[in-house]
Design a protein around this ligand. Structure first.
Ligand code: ADP
Length: 261
């Protein structure tokens, strides 16, 4: 990272961060932001000082997931200041700067790369125990810049769904992290089945276990399986996280090994 960006690089703002956790996915819409938000809230509730950085240039959904839509962060001469969310959590999202969060984001590559760089180098976090980063999906230039700016000490959590295509994508994400030298904390399989809101029974939607089999194949920890659950969608829309709704929820259990480290 240092060779890409000069003295003004990440050190200025990322220097006082205990650990960096980057949430990746092979493609969009698999629940990456949901996992990032719940991980950040879980860590904050465990008493750590946490920053949540949403640099998903394709769909910055963190403001909506935390009920922060319409919030405008403070901007100084040469820095941006994150928005506080309850205790211990500070949030910065590209979504704060979009005029209309529902509008599709159309930016040319260089603009997106510039934004990613600003967001990684010019946010004044203060002292943090953890920085959780919601990365753009895939293994292209955008996630590449994010990981390069964060450095090889950023540890990855990879989110997938059990569909064949998503699992192939995640195999690429694992290779991507390995090539860059970033350790992988584990894989979370999301939307693997459907929980009936009336009786609570779990119905698989795809042949179960794709994420787990892939984790085993790649020698990566399998963190857990999160079913499709109306709770998770409505929690997102209501701007609260499952950490507050239900301590026994699969998303809480899947992230526990990271939160409780
Ligand atoms: P990504 O960041 O990968 O694009 P999001 O986390 O934004 O995906 O999730 C996409 C949508 O699906 C959001 O509206 C979110 O609330 C919803 N969602 C994610 N995971 C689940 C789940 N397990 N059950 C129900 N809805 C979910």
């Amino acid at each position: 990272a240092a060779q890409t960006f000069g003295e003004e690089g990440p050190v200025k703002t990322l220097g006082r961060i205990g650990s960096k956790l980057v949430v990746l996915s092979g493609k969009g819409g698999v629940g990456k932001s949901t996992v990032a938000v719940n991980l950040a809230v879980g860590l904050a509730r465990a008493g750590r000082k946490v920053g949540l950085l949403d640099v998903d240039v394709h769909g910055p959904s963190v403001p909506r997931l935390l009920g922060l839509t319409g919030t405008r962060p403070m901007i100084g001469e040469d820095a941006m200041y994150p928005v506080g969310w309850r205790n211990n959590l500070r949030v910065m999202s590209l979504g704060f700067f979009l005029p209309d969060p529902e509008q599709a984001v159309i930016w040319r590559g260089p603009v997106k790369m510039g934004l990613i760089r600003h967001f990684l180098t010019e946010v004044r976090w203060g002292d943090l125990d953890h920085l959780v980063v919601d990365c753009p999906p895939g293994t292209g230039d955008e996630p590449l810049s994010v990981l390069q700016l964060l450095g090889t000490d950023a540890q990855a959590v990879i989110v997938t769904t059990p569909q064949g295509v998503a699992v192939d994508d995640v195999r690429r994400s694992v290779g991507f992290c390995r090539e860059l030298g970033n350790p992988i904390l584990g894989i979370v399989e999301n939307m693997g089945g459907y929980v009936c809101p009336k009786c609570g029974e779990l119905t698989p939607l795809f042949p179960a276990g794709g994420g787990e089999a892939l984790a085993a194949e790649q020698g990566v920890t399998f963190l857990g399986r999160i079913p499709l659950h109306p709770d998770l969608t409505s929690a997102g829309d209501a701007g609260r996280s499952l950490y507050e709704a239900d301590a026994a929820h699969p998303i809480v259990r899947a992230l526990a090994p990271i939160v409780e480290r």
